[in-house]
Design a binder for this molecule. Sequence first.
Ligand SMILES: [Cu+2]
Length: 226
Amino acid sequence: MNKGARISIVLVSAAVAVGLILFGIFGYLRTYPPTVVFTPSPTQPHTVDVTLQVEGAVGTGPHPNWVGWYAKDAQGKWVRTTLYQVPEKTYVHVTVYEYDSGGPLRNPYWGKITGTVGNDAVLNGKEVSVLDAAAGNGVAHTMVAPALNLSVPMWGLSGTEKTFCQSGPCTLANAHNTETFTFYTGNHPHNYRWQCFIPCGAGFLNGNGGPMAETGYMAGFWKVVA
Ligand SMILES: [Cu+2]
């Protein structure tokens, strides 16, 4: 085999190797974090139940100390993700278990509940339409999807609770607040971006880096599908 043929074999093999590596990396990026799919039961069309939890330290993955969210999948397993797929024209009944400490809001407006059925939520069994973050343990995180007009603040805990969850996924044996609300997905299938509006990325510039800037922690999508 002459020199030219050998060089081209080496170059082609190198290109194939690089291609495979890039395909692997981008394949991983395309599917990470995973999307949890919520489907209605046959007896209850146009409604889905979504159970989420949010905590001060997710406890798993590349950043175990970051704040973040989990979703319960169809098998009842907690999946660390912020990507939730729901059908269009559907009432989404959301239950959030909140395990993190809270504080006053930089903007009290974020304490208002909007975009839910009734513009309210039920916090630990009590109906609420606004959370006064200047009182009590304040607000820990918010679930805000601007294009759905959805904005729901999550009431915080005291960090000194005896059973405070230090590392996720947390269990109901840990101190928590339970908040439920319902929103309608509408008839425009779309990936609706959502994020927490509280700069909760402790240790990052103005609290806005790290988990605030990464899908899977404090930002994600409600994927509304036809
Ligand atoms: Cu947050």
